[in-house]
Design a protein around this ligand. Structure first.
Ligand code: URA
Length: 211
């Protein structure tokens, strides 16, 4: 990554931290731009900061974050190697869903992050992340139940990526049934997509089918 890109990223972080583009800025303690290496091959995109994230200014540091760290491990990934961010960078009051106009106001930041980091794989956790990324890529979203575990080629901000949608880890905290499916998605499609990306997307070999 060039010095210019790194400086550009730092400017972006400053802009996000002082952003007033939507009403969510009024109730936040801290905006949560995201964190991770700028040369990460894998990006995780969640929905929005929760209480702990708002307090610390860091993504996925509460209970859902602990589960996310474990799930990443099951895909053979360390959190420190992954860039983690959200669709909206400020906490919606009482953790309500972000409104379409809040998502719209915040999206240029995510697009800028994707252009800077140029991830090969984006793990979209939850309905809001999945449907928003599909829309950005011009893809049709058929609901998280249908889309979860797919490995979908897309182009966002001029960057070729694969998106792997899955459930949000917070959903699995409330609904233990989803936990198994979430683990399957990380052990299977997420791991496979990361491995294929690491190989420069060569065609699959026999090993890919021997999980
Ligand atoms: N849930 C999210 O979607 N993002 C976070 O950063 C934390 C919880």
């Amino acid at each position: 990554m060039s010095v210019k890109d790194r400086n550009g990223y730092e400017d972006l972080v400053k802009t996000i931290k002082s952003c007033t583009r939507c009403p969510l800025h009024a109730s936040r303690k801290n905006a949560v731009p995201g964190e991770g290496p700028l040369d990460a091959e894998v990006m995780v995109v969640g929905e929005a900061p929760g209480r702990s994230e708002d307090e610390q200014g860091r993504p996925f540091v509460g209970a859902a974050g602990k589960l996310l760290d474990r799930l990443l491990g099951e895909a053979g990934l360390e959190r420190g190697r992954v860039y983690i961010t959200n669709i909206v960078k400020c906490r919606p009051p009482n953790n309500r869903d972000p409104k379409p106009e809040e998502i719209q106001a915040c999206l240029p930041y995510l697009i800028e992050q994707i252009k800077t980091i140029r991830p090969k794989v984006i793990i979209a956790v939850g309905r809001i992340a999945g449907s928003t990324l599909y829309k950005l890529a011009g893809l049709r979203w058929e609901g998280v139940r249908r889309e979860r575990g797919r490995i979908v080629r897309a182009r966002i901000g001029g960057v070729d990526v694969v998106i792997v949608p899955t459930y949000h880890p917070a959903a699995a905290l409330y609904n233990p049934q989803l936990r198994g499916e979430l683990e399957e998605d990380f052990k299977g499609p997420v791991k496979r997509a990361v491995r294929e990306a690491g190989r420069g997307r060569k065609p699959p070999t026999l090993e890919d089918f021997m999980e």
